[in-house]
Ligand binder design. Structure first.
Ligand SMILES: Cc1cc2nc3c(=O)[nH]c(=O)nc-3n(C[C@H](O)[C@H](O)[C@H](O)COP(=O)(O)OP(=O)(O)OC[C@H]3O[C@@H](n4cnc5c(N)ncnc54)[C@H](O)[C@@H]3O)c2cc1C
Length: 461
């Protein structure tokens, strides 16, 4: 008999850590958690997505590190589900599995020219400047003058802000060294943020928007009349809109009242425009867009509708930032449309099997509900999943008393010669990066290659 319930968590982002934390909070269950992460480093998008000039937000990792200190927690970095371990391995070695693998892919625009050189996803650019090992070799040609960021959410604002900022400000952050080098040589003059809807419908948050008021090297430009709301929008703003939307409008008004002061760059907020085509001879040279108008739908919402006004602008770079998307995992059901694993309160469902629930497999975070919400949103989400697991599967198992000893996964990983790293290894790398950062007045200098990281583990162990 083994007195512990063994749970595998796949992915070490916020959802994975919040799930582990909630499992350890259960007084009446003895639980061990093994967390598997495909990278040698933990923390998912907190390390590889959150912008380098938003360091305060990254301090949430202190909470995750405390969870990792629990004696019943083990971290297996550099172990990829689907490559190094499979679903059948997990079901053999664990009582239950929680998949928290996030949404690493991006949505395409579906327009001609999207594959031209110079057209990228925000996902790639963000991962590149954050030193994600899979993206360090990507090349972004910043010797061009005009960049278009398609989308008006917080990620789009991150991309535009990083492009617009003075690289010397970024030099104080943990941005990847190669990205800083490229940004220092940037020739960009105009950065356009393009939203298909109006200012009232923009998805960004006031905190992120406000930062554009204070860019030392970029003026912010908003089209004349863009903030003159039609009667319907004004009515919505006054009666239905939340406080964030009201704040956004206030900030945008402040921006539009600011006169351009001849700064090195300009960031343009272009509302009510949708890209139709990207064109050029092998690389991005032009972008063609249609201007939209807002039309009231039957449900009372305002939706963008194309007008006959077409505009074409010179462009050198295009970043699509219209949302992240999940990727299917081997042997698990997947809903292609939403990019999620179908589930009920986090318990995996089999859509092809009359929606029967799988009783040992669960999901949390972006792969459960789709790519939306801030870091904290994943806490409630993971708590819901863990409680569903406790109420259903574990309770049933405990009552049946069928708690048999599972083999230790370490034996399997060693047999397969998987070079896994522990949380203690990560702490060594963490200390190494922080020490390198201190010498340069930065929070850390990130290592960005898996081979380099593994080398550090070998040296320091
Ligand atoms: C660019 C960007 C900026 C953001 N900025 C902020 C911000 O400033 N503030 C804020 O509150 N929120 C921010 N967010 C949102 C926040 O990052 C997410 O809500 C959160 O990270 C989602 O957590 P998750 O655990 O579901 O996924 P993730 O954080 O993506 O974690 C998933 C983990 O699973 C691992 N993984 C994937 N596949 C496998 C596999 N096959 N085997 C093993 N491991 C695997 C990944 O490597 C990753 O470590 C940002 C998001 C993005 C994209």
């Amino acid at each position: 008999m083994n007195s512990f319930w063994k749970i595998a968590v796949i992915g070490s982002g916020p959802a994975g850590f919040y799930a582990a934390g909630e499992l350890f909070r259960q007084q009446s269950w003895d639980i061990k958690v093994d967390m598997f992460e495909r990278l040698p480093t933990p923390f998912g998008l907190v390390r590889g997505g959150v912008a380098p000039d938003h360091q305060k937000i990254k301090s949430v990792t202190k909470i995750y590190s405390r969870i990792a200190e629990n004696e019943n927690f083990r971290f297996f970095g550099n172990v990829e589900f689907g490559r190094d371990i499979k679903q059948s391995d997990l079901l053999e070695h664990y009582d239950a599995v929680i998949y928290t693998v996030g949404s690493p892919a991006d949505r395409a625009l579906g327009i001609p020219g999207e594959d031209l050189s110079g057209s990228h996803s925000a996902t790639e650019f963000v991962a590149w400047y954050n030193g994600h090992p899979d993206f360090r070799e990507h090349k972004f040609d910043l010797s061009v003058k005009y960049a278009f960021v398609i989308g008006m959410g917080n990620v789009a604002l991150d991309v535009a802000r990083i492009l617009a900022k003075n690289p010397e400000e970024l030099a104080e952050t943990d941005i990847a060294d190669y990205a800083l080098k490229t940004l220092r040589k940037s020739q960009l003059e105009d950065i356009w943020l393009v939203g298909r809807r109006g200012p009232l419908q923009a998805a960004f948050s006031p905190v992120e928007l406000r930062e554009f008021l204070e860019l030392p090297e970029a003026d912010v430009m908003i089209e004349e009349n863009a903030l003159e709301l039609d009667a319907e929008s004004q009515h919505i703003l006054e009666t239905i809109s939340g406080k964030d939307t009201k704040k956004n409008i206030e900030i945008l008004k402040q921006m539009s009242a600011m006169a351009a002061s001849g700064k090195k760059r300009k960031v343009h907020f272009l509302f009510l425009a949708s890209p139709l085509e990207i064109s050029g001879d092998g690389k991005v040279e032009k972008i063609r867009m249609v201007r939209n108008q807002l039309v009231k739908k039957e449900d009372g919402s305002l939706r963008p509708q194309a007008t006959d006004k077409i505009v074409e602008e010179d462009a050198g770079l295009v970043f699509r930032s219209i949302g992240y998307h999940g990727k299917p995992l081997a042997d698990l059901p997947f809903d292609q449309k939403s990019g999620t694993i179908p589930n009920e309160f986090g318990q995996v469902k089999d859509p092809e099997n009359g929606n029967l629930l799988r009783n040992r497999e669960y999901v949390a975070g972006w792969i459960k509900r789709g790519p939306s919400g801030v870091i904290g949103t994943n806490k409630q989400d993971a708590v819901e999943t863990v409680h569903r697991m406790l109420e259903t599967f574990l309770k049933e198992k405990m009552e049946s008393g069928k708690n048999v000893s599972n083999p230790d996964i370490v034996l399997l990983l060693e047999k397969r010669k998987v070079e896994f790293v522990s949380f203690a290894d990560w702490k060594l790398l963490d200390a190494h990066e922080i020490e390198a950062g201190q010498k340069q007045g930065r929070p850390r200098v990130k290592l960005t290659s898996t081979a380099e990281m593994l080398e550090i583990f070998c040296q320091k162990r």
